[in-house]
Design a protein around this ligand. Structure first.
Ligand SMILES: [Zn+2]
Length: 243
């Protein structure tokens, strides 16, 4: 078989097996619940189109920069979509976090990474550092959703995911805290295991969602105070609207 026709044959075979799998285990859109067609992943074409994207990576100074304004310059700060608690898109992040679905977190990261790559961000970061989970929480949840999201993004941007940033102290849930309380709550929660390894690198901190920005700011401070990266950046899936 010629190489081209062999490729065509293999592609047809994989499309057929994907269709067969779909009929055995129907895949549905995580936003609207409709059946997905072959080629659609997690979200149907309509829900992908309707997603309230932020496009913050195209702005030099945006709402994320404002939230983490402090001692260190942040170059690119981006989030995939606006997070409204009651929206179906918010469910995507909750699923990735709480429903024991690391594959969902990874797939969401990969979809976002593909859009960042299409916007020319391949090669922009030397390493992605997920916001770490403390050991106790990791044992409870089984995986770190931010690590899975980072893996998905990294797969599209062709950069490694580092394990340099670690949580040294568990911080309590932040849902009912004010901005200042949250900041106090996370201060001193993280550290770097090999600070020198980040010298001269373009580093992006990755999290599932940015609210007040205090958790990410704590990570940024730890990185910038203990190493000499050439660029600090932020990537998240969800961005809440600040009141
Ligand atoms: Zn849908």
């Amino acid at each position: 078989m010629q190489i081209k026709s062999r490729h065509r044959f293999l592609r047809a075979l994989s499309t057929m097996s994907a269709a067969a799998l779909d009929s055995l285990f129907p895949r549905t859109c995580r936003v609207c619940g409709q059946s997905l067609t072959v080629g659609e992943r997690l979200l149907c074409v309509g829900c992908m189109a309707d997603m309230p994207r932020t496009y913050l990576h195209r702005l030099d100074f945006n709402t994320i920069h404002q939230r983490v304004a402090g001692n260190h310059q942040i170059d690119l700060a981006a989030g995939w979509f606006y997070y409204y608690t009651d929206s179906s898109y918010a469910r995507l992040i909750r699923e990735a976090k709480y429903d024991d679905r690391p594959a969902t977190a990874r797939a969401l990261g990969s979809l976002y990474g593909a859009e960042l790559a299409a916007d020319g961000l391949k090669g922009r970061f030397d390493v992605l550092l997920p916001v770490p989970l403390h050991r106790d929480k990791l044992l409870k949840r089984g995986y770190n959703q931010s690590l899975e999201i980072a893996r998905g993004i990294a797969s599209q941007l062709d950069c490694p995911v580092g394990d340099n940033l670690v949580a040294i102290r568990a911080h309590k849930t932040q849902t009912r805290r004010s901005g200042l309380e949250r900041f106090k709550n996370v201060e001193g929660s993280f550290t770097l295991t090999h600070p020198g390894e980040l010298d001269g690198l373009s580093v992006a901190v990755v999290d599932d969602i940015i609210t007040t920005g205090s958790t990410i700011l704590d990570c940024i401070n730890v990185i910038a105070d203990n190493s000499a990266p050439v660029s600090l950046n932020i990537l998240t899936l969800g961005v809440t609207h600040m009141r």
